[in-house]
Design a protein around this ligand. Sequence first.
Ligand SMILES: [Zn+2]
Length: 147
Amino acid sequence: MSTLNEVGVRDSWRCWLCDEPVDPDASVNAARGPSVDGGASPKGKKAAAGRQRLAHRACNTRKGAVKPVVAWSSELFVVEPAPIVSTVERLTRKGGREVVARCPSQLDAEKASLWLLDRLSRFAPELAVTTQVEAGGGQFLLVLRAV
Ligand SMILES: [Zn+2]
């Protein structure tokens, strides 16, 4: 149980996949109970241990059998949003910048930008990123850049 408690405290008892609170006192056998997930793309046993994340039992990716999925908020107005998990993996590996969504208005793009930075601060705390909104072709591009 010590690993679960350590990971839970580090992740503030919030599920890294669905971003909702995890009850530390819930049964570990309950679907909404706490569990330790392997984290994203672990390389080697040592790295994998350092990347353990807190997840609801039902959200847990079960040792990589299921690829983790992080959903964009349904309250955002985004067109063709990029898959968050693979975008984060690429930026972590190679750096650079990627267009992650297109929005019909600048306000929509700014809302999506704020949401994404907040979400990534918990999903990928080691990845330092900034966002930029660029106008182009009558729409607004949301760009995520590794710094
Ligand atoms: Zn969850």
